[in-house]
Design a binder for this molecule. Structure first.
Ligand code: HEM
Length: 537
């Protein structure tokens, strides 16, 4: 895979193109005004004590880019921020710092440092900064994903884990199994048994959505044209585009938070959409329960029953449900989509996967959850897709709650800590020839990602897609099962081919926090007549 170059050419963004026939760049008056203000501010800012934080013992913060007055390094992170962070990791080392507006960041690009800080010192590095757009505006200060490390978070994490631990996931694995079957049927039918090109994205989206709808509300949808599918996928996509961890200047320049901005109104609109849609579904369930009607077991029902004991109000419940519907939909669907987008380019990898499936499973049934341990190559394909196409290159940043000294560097309280998974996933020492898609690199790794996250040697962890430490994704177990069932079955059912003349772009993506591929079409060609028979079509 080739990569676009990092977006570090700041001045080209401010200088209009050369006029024809002239060799001098034309600078607009607005830019002159901006630079004058910036230079005036530079004096105050660069002499301010905040630029030179020192610990009491004189130790300095980790090195890093100097940045600009007021904005810090923000302008360098506008497009492909992961590539700029990767560029700086190579320049400044595995632990570096930067300012975005008034916020101090450290960026971790090494597994051992990630474990030392986020896991071993989890008591200090497990909070979240209350970002203006994501935490304060969209989630209204609630929501497990965005809340600081406090009792409210503990309560939400307890409620969430009760639905996401191994025992709980076992109770609804039949749902994941069923929805994976439905996805195969849709790819078969909508793709006219391989005769028509198909974009698998909305179908993958509905598969993930139905899993979460069943777990959270005890309902499902019947078609990608269902209004709830359209609304839910639109809300998730909007969330991914509004909440990039380094993409909203308003998060880091406080005076912008006092004035009406486009991002603030977008955030408020999204908050209204989440409360209206998911809060509305909870209200419907509560009404049914009050009428004495039978309601299937689901997260919403549990929250309603436990609301007094857990002290949950309506907004808490709507936002916790939203965290599941956002955290659990565009994420797993993104991995299915990245898989479908990249696999047509690798017929030899598909052939090897088909051979393993035919040898171990045969052609009379599709693989299930229990077959994973006997299908090491398919298991390796899944891990390699996750390494190459982590939907969250910058994870969900943590926030420090105490001053901390690490290897001679000072990390002050209230520092945002970013896990730079792009650099970690492309480290040639850990993953030789890192830009090549090569499942064989994982062929001897039989761990689940949940197990791998607990390995004593952080350098042996498969990948960092699910984050680290006390805030590690609690949805890992259900996510892995869902991804396994869909990818293993797509390989069992189909030969997946690109459409001649329609190249699939794996460099561009949609989303600022969670990334999905840009729309694409492929052919899903059933491998033989057993596919229709097994799918009962
Ligand atoms: C491919 C699938 C998924 C990916 C890549 C993913 C990734 C992540 C990441 C990076 C975090 C932040 C971890 C950290 O702070 O270190 C996170 C947190 C979270 N995820 Fe996932 N996730 C996935 C699936 C799911 C699913 C299926 C659910 C729910 C059913 C879920 C629910 C959550 C929740 C509630 C949090 C917040 C945890 C907290 O702040 O304490 N995720 N996820």
């Amino acid at each position: 895979m080739s990569r676009p170059s990092p977006s570090v050419d700041f001045f080209s963004a401010f200088v209009t193109p050369k006029s024809e026939g002239s060799s001098i760049p034309v600078v607009s008056p607005a830019v002159v005004a901006f630079l004058s203000i910036a230079l005036a501010a530079a004096y105050l800012f660069t002499t301010s004590p905040v630029r030179h934080i020192l610990a009491k013992d004189g130790s300095r913060v980790p090195p890093g880019p100097i940045g600009l007055p007021i904005l810090g390094s923000f302008p360098f992170l506008t497009s492909y921020p992961e590539l700029t962070l990767d560029y700086w990791a190579k320049k400044f080392g595995p632990l570096y710092s930067m300012w975005l507006g008034n916020q101090f960041f450290v960026v971790i690009s090494d597994p051992v440092i990630a474990k030392d800080l986020m896991v071993t010192n989890g008591a200090v590095f497990s909070s979240r900064k209350e970002m203006f757009i994501k935490s304060q505006t969209v989630f209204a200060g609630r929501g497990i994903t965005a809340t600081p490390y406090n009792d409210r978070w503990r309560k939400h994490r307890r409620v969430a884990t009760a639905y996401l631990n191994y025992r709980a996931v076992d109770t609804y694995t039949h749902v994941l199994d069923f929805e994976a079957d439905v996805l195969m049927k849709e790819l078969f039918i909508q793709g006219k048994a391989g005769a028509s090109p198909i974009n698998p994205q909305p179908h993958a989206g509905r598969c993930s959505l139905n899993n979460m709808l069943t777990i959270v509300f005890g309902i499902r949808t019947n078609s990608i044209d269902d209004e709830l599918v359209k609304t839910a996928l639109r809300l998730s996509r909007e969330f991914m585009n509004c909440t990039g961890p380094v993409s909203n200047l308003v998060d880091f320049v406080p005076f912008l938070q006092k004035i009406p901005t486009f991002m603030r109104s977008r955030g408020r609109h999204l908050h209204g959409g989440l409360i209206g849609t998911y809060g509305g579904l909870i209200k419907d369930i509560e009404t049914q329960m009050n009428r004495g009607e039978d309601v299937p077991d689901c997260l919403a029902k549990s929250m309603i029953l436990a609301r007094q004991e857990e002290g949950l109000d309506d907004t808490d419940m709507a936002i916790l449900a939203s965290a599941f519907m956002i955290g659990g939909v565009e994420t797993t669907a993104a991995i299915m989509q990245w898989f479908s987008a990249l696999i047509p380019a690798y017929p030899e990898i598909q052939a090897k996967a088909h051979a393993e499936l035919d040898r171990v499973i045969g052609r009379d049934r599709m693989p299930g959850v229990d077959d994973e341990k006997n299908l090491p190559y398919i298991h390796a394909i899944v891990k390699e897709v996750e390494r190459c196409h982590n939907p969250f290159w910058l994870g969900t940043p943590h926030f420090s709650t105490e001053d901390f000294n690490y290897n001679g560097y000072f990390i002050p309280k209230d520092t945002v800590v970013v896990l730079n998974t792009y650099t970690m996933h492309h480290d040639p020492a850990r993953h030789p020839d890192p830009t090549t898609f090569d499942p064989d690199r994982y062929i001897n790794d039989s761990t689940t990602s949940a197990e791998s996250a607990n390995l004593a040697n952080a350098n042996e962890r498969d990948h960092w897609m699910f984050g680290a430490g006390r805030r590690i994704c609690p949805g890992m177990i259900v996510a892995e099962r869902e991804i396994w069932l869909t990818i293993a079955r797509m390989l069992w059912c189909f030969r997946m081919e690109a459409i001649p003349g329609e190249p699939i772009d794996l460099k561009e993506y949609d989303g600022l926090s969670g990334r999905s591929p840009m729309p694409f079409r492929i052919k899903c060609i059933p491998r033989d007549e057993n596919v229709a028979k097994v799918l009962e079509l």
